[in-house]
Write a protein that binds this ligand. Structure first.
Ligand SMILES: C[S@@+](CC[C@H](N)C(=O)[O-])C[C@H]1O[C@@H](n2cnc3c(N)ncnc32)[C@H](O)[C@@H]1O
Length: 334
């Protein structure tokens, strides 16, 4: 069966769908976990192949309706869990897991829904919650101190003007409650000179979204759990959209798959066999054809690894990203 995207049939374009299908080969059947169900693009495609099962996860309750339609259509082959993917370990799975798929970020539906406040055009309150959150962007902007805001913008958004922006926020919030448009305007005035085509508030919005949804701990925790859950010869695939996300996936995959070369100046070390191998040596990006159909896919990067040994929960991804995980802890006072 071909995995070609048919533009007449679907209004929503799952990013790098053909590439994901070619890697996980549902043609041969098996059980797959779709950790970011969204509108179900990947799940639906996998279920088209007989002898497949999909266990899907999404933190957004708006996915529940789409999921229940699929449950009806593919009785006994599809289940959905409205949980965060960091909770993947809580799933009761009897089958061998042939593939675990992550398509990070947010769906177009979430951006278009103005109540989530993920878009610069949103007119309402600052929110940015994807689902199952403890606090919103409004709490962050109004309650954290200047230094904490600065660090969030600097490390989660790689925003160069983080100091000035956080100073302006703290000044302005004394006078009124800040909504989404207030934040966009504060960033615009703080960054007097901007020449990029993207909205000047892009990095600040990215940083807030990462913080509100605890994306660093979600990502690091779920990658570690997935490495234990996936079966022998099973595959983990990530599709990331910003450099921080991709950096973490790359580090984790290298950590588990890259053989140490050793040094020619030191006595030969018996090299320990790594539990995974690379399926993709370099990240796969959308083809020009896909970019034409779906311009928001332009920053997508797909990476994949395959399990070939025993994973002893020995990745040091938590210590590597400890600084970022500590920034997430600012939320403890919210
Ligand atoms: C880019 S969309 C996925 C689109 C999907 N592949 C499709 O074809 O429809 C990302 C989805 O991941 C979900 N998500 C993001 N972080 C999550 C997390 N930590 N746990 C569970 N779901 C998450 C979002 O709610 C969103 O629906």
């Amino acid at each position: 069966m071909s995995a070609t995207i048919s533009p007449e049939k679907i209004f929503h374009y799952p990013v790098l769908l053909n590439e994901v299908i070619n890697i996980i080969t549902p043609q041969n059947g098996g059980t797959f976990i779709d950790c970011t169900f969204g509108q179900g693009g990947y799940s639906k495609k996998i279920l088209e192949y007989p002898n497949t099962k999909v266990i899907a996860i999404d933190r957004d309750k708006n996915s529940i309706q789409i999921a229940s339609d699929l449950k009806q259509k593919f009785k006994g082959r599809f289940s959905f869990h409205n949980i965060k993917f960091s909770q993947i370990k809580d799933l009761k799975i009897d089958d061998e897991v042939k593939g675990i798929i992550f398509d990070f970020g947010y769906s177009l539906n979430q951006v278009k829904n103005h109540s989530t406040g993920l878009s610069f055009e949103s007119t309402g309150e600052l929110n940015m919650k994807m689902g199952l959150n403890d606090f919103s962007a409004k709490d962050v902007i109004n309650k954290l101190d200047q230094r904490e805001l600065e660090q969030i913008f600097k490390y989660f958004g790689e925003e160069k003007n983080s100091k000035l922006i956080s100073k302006k926020i703290v000044f302005e919030r004394k006078r009124r409650n800040l909504n989404t448009q207030d934040l966009v305007n504060i960033v615009k005035t703080a960054k007097k000179k901007y020449y990029t085509k993207t909205n000047p508030a892009t990095k600040v919005f990215q940083a807030l979204r990462i913080f509100v949804n605890k994306e660093i701990s979600e990502l690091t925790k779920s990658l570690k759990e997935s490495a234990s859950i996936v079966s022998q010869n099973g595959i983990i695939i990530t599709v990331s959209f910003h450099s921080l996300e991709d950096k973490i996936c790359k580090f984790f995959f290298n950590n588990l798959s890259k053989q140490d070369k050793g040094s020619r100046y030191l006595p030969e070390k018996k090299s320990l066999k790594k539990p995974f191998i690379f399926v993709t040596k370099k990240p796969i990006k959308p083809t020009p054809q896909e970019l034409k159909l779906n311009p928001p896919s332009r920053s997508a990067k797909l990476r994949a690894i395959k399990k070939i040994g025993t994973y002893e929960n020995d990745s040091n991804v938590f210590s590597k990203y400890e600084d970022l995980l500590n920034i997430e802890k600012f939320s403890e006072k919210l």
